[in-house]
Design a protein around this ligand. Structure first.
Ligand SMILES: Cc1cc2nc3c(=O)[nH]c(=O)nc-3n(C[C@H](O)[C@H](O)[C@H](O)COP(=O)(O)O)c2cc1C
Length: 327
């Protein structure tokens, strides 16, 4: 069993190709590209600014947050991390840590609808409904089943990781996954009684499709490099996507975000918020809800420091001119 090596820098090098495990698919380059793309973004330090309060507080999809950060859906903890912890228990610890830090957690999905979807979604409900349940891009029957489960559960929003459409294990089942169109995404949006987020957008075309479907938000994401080899890093495609859809839909991004500086860079490139996967998942496994809160608090301190050093008082001040992208 190849487990997380807990590297000092979580950059996809040591675990390339390890699935199950924590790596990116095949050569692992899509994961590595996420990390490298963020490294090419440099922050324009400028402290000629009015001194004063700095706040990272915001509201995303109507949810008040202490900073624009979410824990990403990370399913299959036993399979990928080799830790003997159930999906409900993991979700509960993660969501509690997020709530304590004033941020929000996503939960995941898998072939077994009860174990991998309903239990994590129930953890959201049991903690008062603060959290986002993610549905895999099943054919209509599988989508309807999960939307039915959500009807009795309170969650802040629902998401679909459309980039799971090619996962061989999920394509082989009785109720397989499929690629999605504006019409099939619109059907999901209209079947839900809460905000809908399309996760796994890597092109302007896909972002415009989500807008056409009436979705409330997108996550610019390559699934942490786990669904296809050789994609660009998300920070490479984010600016063009933001230019095309900013203001029409909420823009979130994930992939290789490892610090408050990385959060700052993503906001400067046009995101309204970010998701963080592997580091928060490891903090949860190792330290429970306290571990999650401690890491989230560290990210918030780092983000505030980056704002201080660039003359930003609010998140709205973090504009594209605050960074330089090295070719
Ligand atoms: C072990 C593992 C399991 C994951 N499971 C899911 C999932 O069930 N649904 C989903 O939308 N994304 C899933 N992802 C992708 C993450 O939500 C996220 O897009 C990615 O991990 C972000 O990159 P980072 O880990 O470098 O921060 C998973 C990622 C990992 C590493």
């Amino acid at each position: 069993m190849l487990k997380c090596r807990e590297c000092k820098e979580c950059n996809g090098l040591a675990c390339r190709g390890e699935i199950p495990g924590l790596g990116g698919k095949d050569s692992g380059r899509a994961f590595i590209n996420n990390v490298e793309a963020l490294k090419r973004v440099r922050i324009n330090m400028d402290v000629c600014a009015e001194p004063g309060e700095i706040t990272t507080e915001t509201e995303i999809l109507g949810i008040p947050m202490s900073m624009p950060v979410f824990s990403a859906p990370v399913a299959g903890i036993k399979n990928n991390y080799g830790y003997d912890i159930g999906e409900y228990e993991y979700s509960q610890l993660m969501l509690q840590g997020c709530a304590d830090a004033g941020i929000i957690g996503f939960t995941g999905d898998g072939i077994d609808p009860e174990e991998l979807f309903a239990k994590p979604a129930r953890a959201i409900h049991d903690l008062g409904g603060r959290g986002i349940a993610t549905i895999k891009p099943w054919v209509k029957e599988g989508v309807d089943l999960r939307i039915g489960i959500l009807k009795d559960l309170k969650t802040s929003a629902a998401a679909m990781d459309i980039d799971a459409a090619g996962l061989p294990l999920l394509r082989a089942g009785k109720t397989p996954v499929e690629t999605k169109t504006a019409a099939s995404l619109r059907y999901i949006k209209e079947s839900l009684d809460r905000p809908f987020i399309v996760k796994g957008v890597m092109t302007v075309h896909a972002a415009l499709t989500a807008v056409e479907a009436g979705a409330d938000a997108i996550v610019v994401s390559n699934h942490g490099g786990r669904v296809m080899d050789d994609t660009p890093g998300t920070a490479e495609v984010l600016p063009a996507i933001a230019d095309a859809v900013k203001g029409k839909i909420t823009i979130l991004v994930d992939g290789g975000i490892r610090s408050g500086n990385d959060i700052f860079k993503c906001l400067a490139l046009g995101a309204d918020g970010v998701l963080i996967g592997r580091p928060l998942a490891l903090a949860c496994i190792k330290g429970g809800s306290e571990g999650v809160k401690a890491l989230a608090d560290k990210y918030r301190d780092q983000l505030k420091q980056a704002m201080l050093m660039t003359g930003c008082h609010t998140l709205a001040d973090i504009t594209r001119d605050k960074v330089t992208v090295k070719e």
